[in-house]
Structure formats: C-alpha cells, structure tokens
Write a protein that binds this ligand. Structure first.
Ligand code: BTN
Length: 263
C-alpha cells in the first residue's frame, strides 16, 4: 500500500478475519498505542454498526477499517467532526477510484455515504461509526470505523437490504481495488485530520454533500417515536440536522436519532 505517511499512521495491522476492528483498535488505545492506529479486515464476525446494530459483509467484498485517534485539543462538542472528516475523505476517494463524477457520492446525515439512484432514492454505500471518550471538555481518544461496500455484486446483496444499498462495483460497473481505495482515503484524511486538530474544519464541504438538505425526512428518536419534517441543512458548528416541521424550525442532535430516512 502506498502511504502518504509523514508518520501519519503509527500502527497498521491487517486481519483476514476478526470479530470487529472497532474492538481491536479500542484495545490498542487502552494499551497506550499512539495515534493514528489503523486496523483493516477482510471479514468481521461481529461487525458493529450504530445504535447497537450489526454490520456484515461477505469476505473481501468491503473495505472494513477502524482508526484509533487521540486528537490533540479537540473540544468534545466537535467530536462529531472526526466521523465527518472520515466520511468526507472516503466519499472523495471512492469517487476518484471508481471514476464517478464529483459529488455523486453524498453524505446522509448523520454518518452514511450514499449514492442517489435513478429513482431519486439514496442507496447506502458505507457507514461510519464514531466512538469517543472524553477528558473534561476535550476528546481524549476516539475509534472511528467505516465499512464501505466495494467489490460486492448486486446479485449477492442480502435480499432484505438490496433495495437500499449499493457498492462501488455496482456504481462503476467494474471491480474497485480495496488497497487503492485505502491509499486514496488516507491521502485525503491526513490533511483534513491535521487541519481539524489545528482548529480548522471545512464545514462548507461537509454541508454541500448532504443529500437530506431540501428533502422531507423521517427522523426516529426512539421506539415508536418519529417525526416527518423538511431538512433545511446541517449546522457546521454542532453537527446537528436543521429541520422545519409544523412551522417550527429546530435542530436535531445525532445523539437523539435512531434512524433518519428520506420520507
Ligand atoms: C453504520 O452505518 O451503522 C456504521 C457501520 C460501521 C461499520 C464499520 S466496519 C469497520 C468497523 N468495525 C466495526 O465493527 N464497525 C465499523
């Protein structure tokens, strides 16, 4: 793998199969491994998604990785930006590697990467999971994981998920190399992460890719609790979704959300 590496990655391990890259990297951080630690797997037996969901993909079909970070001085209120820069770097890298037009991979708040199909519906390409620990009002450490559907043929998608998902192979019509995708991702992540830890975040770029903006969304905040509203945009300071419903403008924090779908 080509690495942009001016010492960006401190530890990199690849696994043919393990339970979850999130768990392994959390352990490394607990043992004192410095940032940026990176675990990559061909297959996970207990892959974790957001809100306690599981995350599965056939062996070799997805890019599955977790980053262990110790962002110096990052305020806790900006902890969400770690997942944002990971998602953005991957969206840009995936477009380049799959030869897709710029902007064709969108971000679906809070942390999905999607491609909008011919029918206007977003189909999930990747998901980001950020797990953060705090020290006072600062982020002490974080494990940010991403799973990207790469070389996964439509015929092999799980039938119950097929309508709502896609892969780079499906989007580009050709196989995409996971190693090359990883290298392109790290090349973009490094400057964005260094900027973030220096207090700069390109909120415009993150906001511009949001596919929810201007659409009706259904936001589920708990069992049996959801509201349909119009998404006006995202707040680049708090990371919240800005919506209007029943004439009232409000912000929804990602922590409250179980599910956000285009209504
Ligand atoms: C989601 O959309 O719910 C987030 C999914 C995150 C999945 C990735 S795959 C690599 C890393 N290891 C895990 O166990 N989960 C994340």
């Amino acid at each position: 793998m080509r690495r942009s590496d001016g010492g960006f990655i401190s530890r990199l391990e690849r696994f043919a199969r393990l339970d979850s890259t999130q768990r392994v990297v959390a352990r490394w951080l607990a043992e004192g491994t410095p940032e940026v630690a990176l675990a990559v797997a061909d297959e996970q037996s207990a892959g974790r998604g957001r809100h306690g969901r599981s995350w599965t993909a056939p062996p070799g079909a997805a890019l599955l990785l977790s980053l262990g970070l110790r962002p110096p001085g990052l305020p806790l209120r900006h902890g969400w930006r770690l997942a944002a820069v990971v998602g953005l770097a991957m969206a840009e890298a995936a477009e380049q590697l799959a030869g897709l037009p710029q902007g064709s991979i969108g971000l679906k708040w809070p942390n999905d990467l999607v491609a909008v199909g011919g029918d206007g519906e977003p189909r999930k390409l990747a998901g980001v999971l950020g797990e953060t620990s705090a020290e006072g009002d600062r982020v002490a450490a974080a494990v940010v994981g991403i799973g990207v559907n790469v070389d996964w043929a439509r015929d092999d998608f799980p039938p119950q998920l097929a309508d709502g998902m896609t892969s780079l192979r499906e989007l580009s019509g050709a196989p995409v190399d996971r190693e090359a995708l990883l290298a392109a991702f790290l090349e973009r992540l490094e400057p964005a992460y260094r900027a973030l830890t220096a207090g700069r975040f390109d909120g415009e770029r993150w906001a511009a890719r949001q596919v929810t903006t201007g659409r009706r969304v259904e936001v589920a905040t708990g069992p049996g609790e959801s509201s349909v509203c119009e998404a006006l945009g995202v707040d680049t300071e708090s990371g919240a979704l800005i919506v209007i419903g029943a004439g009232e403008r409000r912000t929804i924090d990602s922590g409250e959300v179980v599910r956000c779908r285009i209504a």
